[in-house]
Design a protein around this ligand. Sequence first.
Ligand SMILES: [Zn+2]
Ligand SMILES: [Zn+2]
Length: 386
Amino acid sequence: MNIGAHVRGGGKLIPSLEAGVAIGATSIQVFTQSPRMWKPSQYAPEVLSAYREAQATHPTITDTFCHATYLINLASADLELYEKSVACLTHNLSVARGMGSSGLVLHVGSHKGAGFDDVVRQIADAFERALAEADPAPEGVADCPILIENAAGAGGTVGRSLEEIQFLIDACNGDDRLGLCVDTQHLWASGFDYSSVAGTEKLVREIDNSVGMSRLRCFHLNDSKIELGGNRDRHANIGEGTIGAKGLAPLVGHPKIRDLPLLLEVPGTGEGPRAEDVVAARAVVAAGIKLYDGPTSSAPIKKAAPTKKTTVKKIAMKKAMPVKKSPKKAVKKTTAVKKSPKKTAPTKKTVKKTAPTKKTVKKTLKKTVKKSTPVKKTAKKTTKKK
Ligand SMILES: [Zn+2]
Ligand SMILES: [Zn+2]
């Protein structure tokens, strides 16, 4: 499992990684700039490359996701706001690409009642422009997809259903650089009940039949202050909301979901995700895995389940760190081995195909994305590095 968290680095990039480590997260999400201001962040190329390097070699943090500015509204009828939004998205994407991010999560915006059909084309245009005009990903760095986040469904928000998101991707001719981030709270608020194994199976089928599971790159893991179908965006700490630990378990334990980065955006005590929130999330995933695999699979995680508040925080971190380090290092080593072109045993081919590590899959996926995007390549050639 890969429990991540939205963290704040105080406007600096590398400290964000340490903020993730401090709470025991193995992925992080950051804002590329102040989320409620248009003012673009100004990172020098060296700052971005230093982050990229720090992330790529980090012993415990596997992925950095970026969250785009909240002010962006690609569905706005106000041309000035629309243009500002496209420029802002483009800048966000430049930074995310420069950081070597695994995805830029985006709230598409709201048509304010005009109707979804009326705004599909302008949103698709915005995606196409941002993907073409943002600074290209540096040589050898996997491209960063724009991940459309599903909406809770209030006030004409776009992306309240998988169908809407599929329409947007289709309108961009299925561009491989567009993907999906599912927020568990938004999904619940939009009326999708995944709180049973049957409900989750239905969700996985729907994703498969719409955008496809390969576009699903991460989850936002949140409980909800709003009831099922309440159409509002209000996150609660895991186990403290209307979904509850029991309602989240079938989703996060599903075999096709459990290994994706599950990023907490919970309030904590007002400062965002804490170590105990990460511990709570791990316990939910462990419980969910049991639903599918039976009771034997998650014995080591059980120890971390918290009962008291303050003392648990320190203990949990101490316990969580060494546990995490070993599997991660193992993964890295395997990846390194696989990278070096060993041609010793040709029979190994089949073995490799059946049991790829997550990282390898991801890298291959990303490479395929890169290869299949002629648009980006042309952009790279024409817009020379400054
Ligand atoms: Zn979001
Ligand atoms: Zn979210």
